[in-house]
Ligand binder design. Structure first.
Ligand code: NDP
Ligand code: MG
Length: 389
């Protein structure tokens, strides 16, 4: 039996992972499930999967979790440190699906105990890619991509020499407002931004798709995971979301990964790697689909992509600043304190304030330094949000 843990089990990726595991319970021994505020879901899954431990990120919810799991035999714990401890419990495969920068410390811990880390939490790579990848190497652990575009690139590279790759193209749906007149974007509401044209995902990543902060993070994720030069990484809008990424080689061939817009494909690939297994996803009917379209992303509509290029140029801890400022700006938009377009303004403002400080940016990418710049960037972002009001 394979020992598996799921960090962020109550979220969209976590629930899709549980769906796959529940189909073959005889193959998996569930070690830890972690969640946040959704105690009912966490308790229900911990009972159903007979997990060793269930952990909520919030200490004030420990009592609720304990009550919900009374008599089940599942251990309970709460708080950030408890999540890191849960990730330290020996497991063969750990799904990293917490949303945001909070996913980094438990992901690193899972690598330290030598687990294969299925990485959905793209923020870990954007914030501290070199640290994550070097920890994996140091501990002989494997990191497998779960983000659909990166899983697609990973699959297109099987049996290929990285040095033969000329370009990597990741696709973007264009998000909720891809067809809106640019002049109307400033007035986009939370409800409108929380609806994705093709994918069913958590609210935060759905809004990040509308701004393309999600794609901006994915460009950085591509650089950090595969080590490609930023000039080789392209983004193209593909409204059907059926091609997830394309890899262009030195002989002019392009390998495209085509599949349904269902995260269980990429999760299942990482779960069964290096093998392929039967997965309960839709089989595409190409004649029915008829046509696949592609379009250049307009820079005025998606300033986040330009910011990602700047972050890759600056390097060092600028990715941690970018992630933290983006998270604060997103919180501001969700709370109604910021307009849709102001999210990018805040991130740009914080980057320009902090990235001129070379001693800050070029400090070692360690967990402590990441925490420090994360704190500073959030502070500067909330000040900038207040100034706009
Ligand atoms: P969700 O918002 O649906 O779920 C997030 C999970 O993290 C939940 O279990 C949530 O708990 C938990 N959580 C929230 N805040 C904290 C915290 N501070 N500490 C610990 N746990 C916390 O997110 P998604 O599943 O959509 O995304 C997860 C990650 O995967 C993100 O990094 C995202 O970018 C990435 N990803 C997602 C895709 C998708 O299709 N959804 C596709 C590709 C990548 P609770 O809900 O109980 O509060
Ligand atoms: Mg993606």
């Amino acid at each position: 039996m394979r020992k598996v843990s799921i960090l962020g089990a109550t979220g969209s990726i976590g629930q899709n992972t549980i769906d796959l595991i529940r189909r073959a319970p005889e193959r998996y021994n569930v070690v830890a499930l972690t969640g946040g505020r959704n105690i009912a879901q966490l308790a229900q899954d911990a009972r159903a999967l007979n997990a060793d431990i269930a952990v909520t990120a919030y200490t004030e919810l420990l009592g609720d979790l304990r009550d919900a799991l009374y008599g089940s035999g599942v251990d309970v714990a709460a708080g950030e440190a408890a999540i890191v401890e849960a990730a330290d419990r020996p497991a063969d495969w750990v799904m990293s699906a917490i949303v945001g920068a909070a996913g980094l410390p438990p992901g690193l811990q899972a690598l330290k105990q030598g687990a294969t880390l299925a990485l959905a939490n793209k923020e870990s790579l954007v914030t501290a890619g070199p640290l994550l990848m070097s920890e994996a190497k140091k501990h002989g652990a494997t990191v497998l991509p779960v983000d659909s575009e990166h899983s697609a690139v990973f699959q297109a590279l099987v049996g290929e020499e990285i040095s033969n790759v000329e370009r990597v193209i990741i696709t973007a749906s264009g998000g909720a407002f891809r067809d809106w007149p640019v002049e109307q974007l400033a007035g986009a509401t939370l409800e409108q931004a929380s609806t994705h044209p093709n994918w069913a995902m958590g609210q935060r990543i759905t809004i990040d798709s509308a701004t393309m902060f999600n794609k901006a993070m994915e460009v950085i994720e591509t650089k950090e995971y595969f080590g490609f030069d930023p000039e080789k990484i392209e983004v193209i809008i593909h409204p059907e979301s059926l091609i997830h990424a394309l890899v262009g080689f030195c002989d002019g061939a392009i390998m495209a990964h085509v599949g349904p817009a269902d995260m269980r494909h990429a999760i299942g690939y990482a779960l069964h790697w290096p093998e392929r297994a039967h997965l309960p996803v839709e089989r595409l009917d190409l004649a029915q689909i008829g046509m696949l379209r592609f379009k250049e992303p307009e820079p005025v509509r998606y300033p986040a992509l330009r910011l990602a290029s700047e972050v890759m140029k600056i390097g060092g801890l600028s990715g941690a600043i970018f992630t933290a400022a983006k998270e604060e700006a997103l919180d501001g938009f969700i709370a109604g304190a910021l307009g849709f377009l102001q999210m990018a303004t805040i991130v740009e403002d914080v980057l320009s304030q902090l990235c001129s400080d070379q001693s800050l940016i070029k400090a070692e990418i360690s967990l402590d330094n990441v925490r420090q710049v994360d704190h500073l960037a959030r502070k500067r972002a909330s000040e900038a949000i207040r100034r706009l009001q």
